[in-house]
Design a protein around this ligand. Structure first.
Ligand code: WTA
Length: 652
């Protein structure tokens, strides 16, 4: 459905002359005697190492790199031999400059309290906490798990780890105890940083209780640091749990930033894949810093006086790259908000933009669609005239949402930067720049120097036809490997087409070379902009004592883009009931987290399977969407197809 609408979209929007003329990218082009967007793309592709080397020089290096790129597919090393630390660039250099008293973050809690943190203050807090981590025995290369909501201690913890060369693994605060436990154990984290509780939709979410549950079987964790946020009652385990405020009290506000080879790991971030176990994506200090810094500077055109608000959660890659590292490296002021975007009223976001004079705002299509549903009257109550650019990420933005965002929020003067990227890419890879003519619904073209293509099954490039979206060149922030699992890295991303990065998305390229991403092609669902592996949800369902087998598929939804529908086979003798449906939804919430809960669960006697016993999700999905089932001759049990069709018709 979405694909058909996209194909019909013909409108082109051009950013204003003034914006183009004053943009960071235009400035750079002038300095490098490059005249047009097309020329920029050409030069950057042809002289990839030169291009990134020039941009890398805008950051501070303890000692210069010997070579910009060493590309031995599928492994890339960037800025080899360079001595670097991302925190020196994000913090130390600002704390010793005119930005010392400039705001790094304006933080607003859901109940309404405000904390304004300058670069100087952030620097001191990070140093104190880095010293505390050292006292707890954290050393270079050690893993530290961070299970925190959107409070300033989250970026502080991440930066403190990076400062001393420890590797952070942030686990989204909406994930369950089980999900946290799995991630802690996979990375053998030594320390866990968490919180008593936080606010969401007016309620206190008791995160320490989940952390305690996870720690019942997480032997690598020796110490737990607890931030006091909501003041709810919690249990502190003797000899293991420490209050954040106690351990930083006596620490010195100075801590040396370790000098690291540019390719040293910075963090692990787990993301869903096609199997039940999440993948630990590894990003490093040097390449990741250069890639995120340059993309934010060029795409969102951030300047010294901008107020930037990336309304994602730091628990996802969007927050890692574009709430924590890149905006701090640019020295801009960011807004950070703790709670739900519609609490207490649907205009909370517009209120925040007005209050702090936000100039660039970045959110997800699912949020735009939700705001659309609430209607423009909530928007019109506020003065949003400070806005100059808008952004979108997480899933394809349907042209009608794009136009609403453009007209109602941007007042027809803010270009919309539809940025396509992934946890793995670390930075925007297909994205407009402020000089790019925009087509609503298309992420436009690859960032300069990157080449992308759409392939058929045999690796032949396609125009105007859907196929596999691949990236055919390396770029600095690309993932370096999967934690402790290089063979999975090679197999998942680099084996379908030799030496080409497989994104897992379907897209098509139009005659102008614009790329239109259509959605995931593998067994990964994109629910409200969050990646969820079907296998993860299925294994959660099967871990319930009443369930023998389960298959989940995505179903289109007006607001969330996709919702999860589960087909469940019960153990013999177990009766289907609405209580059991509730119970199973709750169970998935406990196993993975609220975001993975199926919207709908139906009970079936059997599921279509191949002769080797693999569930044919594709067939179930086709039936659910009323599409042709395709070839079902290879099924072991073709009768299940009719049974599912009958079940669907009965429910109507
Ligand atoms: C989807 C989020 C279309 C895509 C940064 C990708 C998008 C997955 C866009 C990565 C976009 C992200 N247009 N689809 N602008 N941005 N996606 O790892 O399916 O949470 O593969 O990273 O989101 O999700 P992830």
């Amino acid at each position: 459905m979405a694909i058909e609408t996209l194909l019909k979209e013909k409108r082109i929007f051009r950013p204003s002359k003034k914006l183009v003329e004053n943009s960071n990218v235009m400035q750079w082009m002038k300095e490098h005697k490059i005249k047009t967007y097309d020329e920029l793309l050409k030069v950057a592709s042809k002289k990839r190492s030169w291009f990134w080397g020039e941009l890398a020089k805008e950051l501070e290096w303890f000692s210069p790199w010997k070579k910009v790129l060493d590309w031995k597919p599928p492994y890339a090393k960037w800025f080899i031999g360079g001595k670097f630390n991302i925190v020196h660039n994000a913090l130390d250099r600002h704390a010793n400059s005119f930005r010392k008293n400039k705001l790094a973050y304006i933080w607003e809690g859901e109940p309404g309290e405000v904390r304004k943190i300058t670069y100087g203050e952030l620097y001191r807090e990070v140093n104190k906490f880095a010293n505390a981590l050292k006292e707890l025995g954290v050393k270079k290369g050690d893993r530290v798990a961070i299970y925190l909501p959107m409070i300033p201690e989250l970026p502080i913890s991440m930066l403190a780890c990076a400062k001393i060369g420890a590797i952070h693994s942030v686990v989204f605060s909406g994930y369950s105890a089980k999900a946290l436990q799995h991630r802690i154990n996979d990375a053998s984290a030594k320390v866990l940083i968490t919180v008593d509780g936080f606010y969401r939709h007016g309620k206190v979410i008791k995160l320490k209780d989940s952390a305690d549950e996870a720690l019942k079987d997480a032997p690598s964790v020796k110490k737990v640091v607890v931030v006091k946020r909501a003041g709810n009652n919690i249990k502190m385990k003797r000899d293991r749990d420490l209050w954040w405020h106690d351990i930083i009290e006596k620490q010195k506000p100075y801590c040396k930033t370790v000098q690291l080879e540019a390719n040293t790991p910075l963090y692990i971030l787990y993301t869903s894949g096609t199997t039940g176990t999440p993948k630990g994506v590894i990003h490093d200090h040097g390449g990741y810093a250069v890639g995120t810094y340059a993309t934010l500077k060029w795409v969102f055109d951030l300047k010294e006086e901008d107020v930037w608000w990336c309304a994602a959660d730091i628990g996802w890659v969007t927050g890692h790259s574009y709430i924590v590292y890149a905006p701090l490296m640019l020295g801009v002021t960011s807004v950070m908000y703790e709670g739900a975007p519609t609490y207490p009223d649907p205009d909370r976001v517009w209120q925040i933009i007005e209050k702090y004079g936000v100039t660039v705002f970045y959110t997800a299509p699912t949020a735009v669609r939700m705001f659309m549903r609430f209607g423009r009257s909530w928007v019109k109550k506020h003065d949003l005239s400070t806005l100059r650019l808008l952004g979108s990420v997480g899933e394809p933005i349907n042209p009608s949402a794009w136009i609403w965002y453009y007209n109602v929020i941007g007042n027809k003067k803010c270009p919309i930067m539809d940025t396509y990227w992934q946890t793995e890419t670390g930075m925007f890879v297909i994205t407009p720049l402020p000089i790019t003519p925009l087509k609503p619904g298309s992420a436009t073209k690859p960032f300069p120097s990157i080449e992308a293509d759409v392939y058929d099954e045999n690796g032949k490039p396609l125009t105007n036809k859907g196929g596999d979206l691949v990236l055919t060149t390396p770029y600095p922030a690309m993932l370096k490997t999967l934690y402790k699992n290089p063979s999975r890295y090679e197999k998942t991303y680099w084996s379908k087409f030799k030496n080409m990065y497989l994104t897992g998305d379907v897209a098509h390229k139009d005659k102008d070379g614009y790329i239109w991403v259509q959605g995931r092609e593998d067994d990964v669902l994109n629910v409200a902009g969050h990646r969820i592996g079907t296998a993860e949800v299925e294994s959660a369902l099967v871990s319930h004592p009443a369930v023998v087998e389960a298959a989940v598929v995505g179903k289109p939804d007006k607001i969330r883009g996709t919702v999860i529908k589960a087909f469940v086979i019960l153990k013999q003798g177990t009766k289907p009931s609405s209580t059991l449906v509730k119970d199973l939804k709750y169970h998935v919430g406990e196993e993975i987290g609220h975001i993975a809960k199926p919207a709908e669960i139906v009970f079936v006697d059997d599921l279509p399977k191949t002769r080797s016993g693999k569930i044919m999700r594709r067939v179930i999905e086709a039936i659910e969407l009323g599409k042709p089932t395709g070839d079902i001759s290879t099924l072991r049990n073709p009768e299940t197809v009719n049974a599912l069709i009958k079940l669907k018709n009965n429910r109507k």
